[in-house]
Design a protein around this ligand. Structure first.
Ligand SMILES: Cc1cc2nc3c(=O)[nH]c(=O)nc-3n(C[C@H](O)[C@H](O)[C@H](O)COP(=O)(O)O)c2cc1C
Length: 409
């Protein structure tokens, strides 16, 4: 058998190589302690495994899906008031991103994502849903923030129907959808798969989808604006600080807070991730440098980039619908083996320009990109076939994000 590379031998050799690199670098390693060779372990990752454990066919089962939705910086800015046949969705405004999301626009996109997961899950639990989203205009917080209702779902019994099969497919990938920040393959997106993604967006009437393929006119503009915005954010001390505050770069912090972006979700290749876990936590400067380099390399290399736009950038209902559209597209992409990553820097700069009263440079550049100022991009992303599968990010426990009685607001 000597010389044959069985999977376990190969695994061992990979491990040995990593350890020797770390030793060669003069670093004292505690790989096993730091979880270098195991990912997504511990209570912070349980919600991904328990996602079906709440009593089937109850409203709580829908909330269990909601908490696995995409959301900005993994802030999980939600609270759910669960009744026998209703769910009210609240923004937990205290879980905000400060100057990084000054109008809570991204927060509301994330709430839209959570709502979409519940709508997708509903047929599998025998529910029909009447969704009602509260009207409102997104505004900067005046105080520390409170719990504020944004939507309600009225649930009615709904016997399974053939037309629910599509929703069932999406439902089955709820725990498999993860933001993939890694490199994507050079291979173009299969045209039939792309067609399905585009068609699915027709269900979101308030949202416009634009995409740019490599080599197309305007594609280079999108890539450049995203890089330019990344540089601006890094140079803006307040924005960088408010974003960094949510990063959880040690296993202890991940388990303590169960939120925020993590090393495991950073899109490193598995060998590099194991090494990174053994090293001391990276500084803010190092993490900004990696973010900038990845934006410079990975955005232009992605087969497709795109934006979701709305007519009024700060309208609550339109923002929530755009969030729903993103979650839906990401779930559908997951069924098709396509990876996705939001890349929202340019729009974050638009918010910042508005909030501090700077000239709306980025606003103008995005209007040129879309060739209209009637639609405002509210979400930007890239997609492609993944080189490596993405890992899950932590989630707070179900018990911490729902109440069964009326909330005091
Ligand atoms: C409104 C919104 C904005 C986001 N912006 C970015 C972004 O600019 N870059 C990025 O890498 N991820 C972005 N994300 C992805 C979140 O960070 C991610 O959903 C969250 O960390 C949870 O991880 P998961 O999607 O893998 O479950 C965004 C998500 C939402 C909903």
């Amino acid at each position: 058998m000597s010389g044959t590379k069985t999977p376990s031998r190969r695994k061992f050799l990979q491990g040995a190589a990593i350890v020797s690199i770390v030793v060669a670098g003069g670093v004292v390693y505690r790989g096993v302690d730091r979880g270098a060779f195991t990912n997504s372990q511990g209570p912070a990752y349980e919600p991904w495994k328990e996602w079906r454990s709440a009593q089937q066919g109850t409203p709580l089962a829908l909330v269990q899906s909601a908490i696995l939705a995409a959301n900005p910086h993994n802030t999980q800015p939600w609270m759910f008031l669960v009744g026998e046949d209703s769910i009210e969705v609240y923004a937990d405004e205290q879980r905000n991103l400060g100057s990084f999301d000054p109008y809570l626009r991204e927060m509301h996109l994330g709430l839209g994502c959570a709502i979409e997961n519940m709508l997708v899950a509903a047929p599998s639990h025998g529910f029909g849903v009447a969704l009602s989203v509260d009207r409102g205009i997104l505004e900067p917080l005046k105080g520390p923030g409170e719990l504020r209702r944004v939507a309600s779902l009225d649930l009615v019994p709904n016997p399974p129907r053939l037309t629910d099969l599509y929703a069932r497919d999406l439902y089955s990938v709820i725990p498999k959808r993860h933001t993939n920040r890694g490199s994507y393959r050079a291979r173009d997106i299969d045209p039939a798969a792309l067609e399905r993604l585009l068609l699915a967006m027709d269900n979101f009437g308030e949202v416009r989808l634009d995409i740019w393929k490599r080599g197309e006119e305007q594609r280079e503009v999108f890539d450049r604006l995203t890089l330019e915005a990344t540089e601006q954010i890094i140079a803006d001390k307040e924005m960088a600080h408010d974003s960094d505050a949510w990063f959880r770069f040690t296993p202890e912090k991940v388990q303590q807070f169960r939120d925020g972006p993590t090393l495991e979700a950073a899109g490193m290749n598995p060998a590099l991730l194991a090494i990174a876990k053994m090293l001391p936590p990276v500084s803010a400067e190092q993490s900004h440098a990696v973010w900038l380099a990845n934006t410079r390399d990975r955005v232009p290399a992605s087969p497709i980039v795109g934006t979701l736009s709305v007519r009024d950038l700060y309208d609550c209902q339109q923002t929530i619908e755009a969030g729903r559209a993103w979650q839906h597209m990401h779930l559908l992409a997951t069924t098709l083996g396509i990876a996705m990553q939001p890349i929202n820097q340019a729009i974050e700069v638009v918010d910042r320009e508005g909030r501090v009263g700077n000239e709306p440079h980025m606003t103008g550049k995005l209007a040129q990109l879309l060739a209209t100022d009637q639609w405002r991009p509210t979400f930007a992303f890239r997609m492609g076939y993944p080189v490596f599968a993405a890992l899950p990010s932590p989630r707070r426990a179900l018990d911490d994000v729902f109440r069964e009685t009326r909330l005091e607001t």
